[in-house]
Design a protein around this ligand. Structure first.
Ligand code: B12
Ligand code: SF4
Ligand code: SF4
Length: 357
């Protein structure tokens, strides 16, 4: 984005203060500033993650590793990064649904509108305001849409630290912040980077149902329920199916057990508050969705991205884990589904429901 004849360069302190005020006014919950540069450890850690194949089928993580680890490799003119956070804290314990085995657990972030749309709209509004004010400056906005190391940048800009579950933890919002960034040619006064406050805590590591952490801060995405239910195409490997329980889209276990959530507040953005019908939906109703009904139910939701077949595959794993014989006919009917992955998941569910616990 770029506009009009150049205005004089603002003082870095004044510009940072003005941007912070405007970002908060627009509805962001956290704002920080950092130079457009990351230390070499980010690239080294990314390379180690990729060398171990932990990205699984997310080949795009490897494709532009240099740009991901170095903001100026993505955009050489970038001088500063504005890191922004939007709170999506749940009102209630998101793990309470895990005990209701005839119901589906949809992770907190996906119970209403797609955060990409909500955060991007706000980023663009802030970008327009900046370009009007400082003509001649240039900028680019990102929310999970480009090779950007969002968590290390947010830590450097003081929004929080990368916890042992690998996500950014905030002292004021706990685990529940979506991240977005503006890269800009403006010279902005940097915030103090946040330091690690995990201490000796390991709650998130032991909460993981599929043992996806190979160590503190190190997640093997191939084992993560979020990856398996959202990113993974084809049949879900059998070794993870029982442990998935009724988690049909994403997973919140490692986030939800973090003690820093005691400072978190519920989301104030209406689009990020849970939809009533997605809080505890019935597995039977979700398994019955055809393509049109799936699209209608998840219009505007991030769930829509995975499509009906992958979604019903996940629902069938949860049905298999339900121990509810009343769901056997639902699974049985889907053994004849035209999608072979759905049909195989249905066969597995029927077998599992036939096996005494
Ligand atoms: C790929 C991806 C995934 C993958 C892989 C997750 C992962 N941890 O990498 C999958 C599909 C599994 C996933 C799941 C989720 N994701 Co995701 N995901 C991303 C994405 C697109 C890229 C992240 C990335 O670069 N991963 C690559 C690895 C290599 O990087 P890393 O996690 O930073 O891991 C490094 C550190 O652990 C570090 N490290 C190693 N040792 C040490 C030691 C210390 C001391 C430190 C500090 C670091 C460190 O090195 C590792 C290797 O480089 C980002 C958006 C973005 N562009 O950044 C969103 C993002 C990270 N996801 C997000 C969310 C919300 C989720 C879920 C909570 C969704 C859900 N409820 O199901 C889960 C959480 C799972 C988890 N525990 O991480 C948010 C997180 C917000 C936040 N507060 O941090 C992001 C930032 C999107 C956004 N714009 O808001 N995600
Ligand atoms: S999101 Fe769930 S499966 Fe993934 S690392 Fe966290 S607890 Fe484990
Ligand atoms: S649960 Fe504990 S170890 Fe994990 S991120 Fe939170 S404070 Fe850190």
């Amino acid at each position: 984005m770029e506009a009009g004849p150049a205005s004089p360069a603002p003082s870095p302190d004044a510009a940072s203060a003005a941007i912070r005020d405007e970002a908060l006014r627009l509805g962001f919950d956290a704002v920080g500033f950092a130079p457009a540069h990351l230390g070499p450890e980010v690239r080294q850690r990314l390379d180690a993650f990729l060398a171990a194949g932990m990205q699984g089928g997310m080949g795009w993580l490897a494709d532009r590793a240099e740009q991901r680890a170095h903001p100026r490799a993505l955009w050489p003119e970038a001088v500063s990064v504005i890191a922004l956070g939007m709170n999506y804290g749940p009102e209630e314990d998101p793990l309470s649904i895990l005990g209701q085995r005839d119901r589906a657990a949809i992770s907190v972030y996906a119970r209403n509108k797609d955060y990409h749309d909500i955060v991007k709209k706000r980023l663009k509004a802030l970008a327009r305001w900046m370009v009007d004010r400082w003509r001649g400056s240039e900028l680019k906005v990102f929310v999970d849409t480009a090779p950007v190391a969002e968590k290390p940048l947010a830590q450097q800009a003081g929004l929080g630290w990368q916890g042992k579950h690998s996500n950014l933890v905030s002292r004021t919002h706990g685990s529940w912040l979506f991240l977005g960034e503006i890269y800009t040619t403006l010279d902005l006064a940097p915030s103090a980077p946040e330091v690690d406050h995990c201490g000796r805590c390991t709650r998130c590591l032991s909460a993981c149902p599929t043992d996806a952490f190979v160590g503190p801060y190190r997640l093997d995405a191939r084992r993560c329920v979020s990856y398996l239910t959202i990113e993974h195409k084809g049949p879900i490997p059998e070794e993870f199916r029982a442990a998935m329980g009724n988690r049909i889209y994403g997973c919140d276990d490692c986030l939800a057990v973090c003690p820093w959530n005691k400072f978190a507040q519920a989301a104030r953005e209406p689009g990020l508050m849970p939809r009533e019908d997605l809080n505890t939906p019935r597995l039977a109703a979700l398994a019955a969705l055809d393509d049109a009904a799936f699209r209608a139910l998840f219009s505007g939701s991030p769930v829509k991205r995975i499509g009906r077949d992958r979604f019903v595959r996940n629902v069938l794993i949860a049905i298999g884990n339900s121990g509810d014989a009343g769901l056997r006919p639902v699974a049985k009917q889907l053994t004849a589904d035209p999608d072979p992955v759905v049909a195989e998941a249905a066969q597995w569910a029927v077998r599992r429901l036939n096996t005494p616990a």
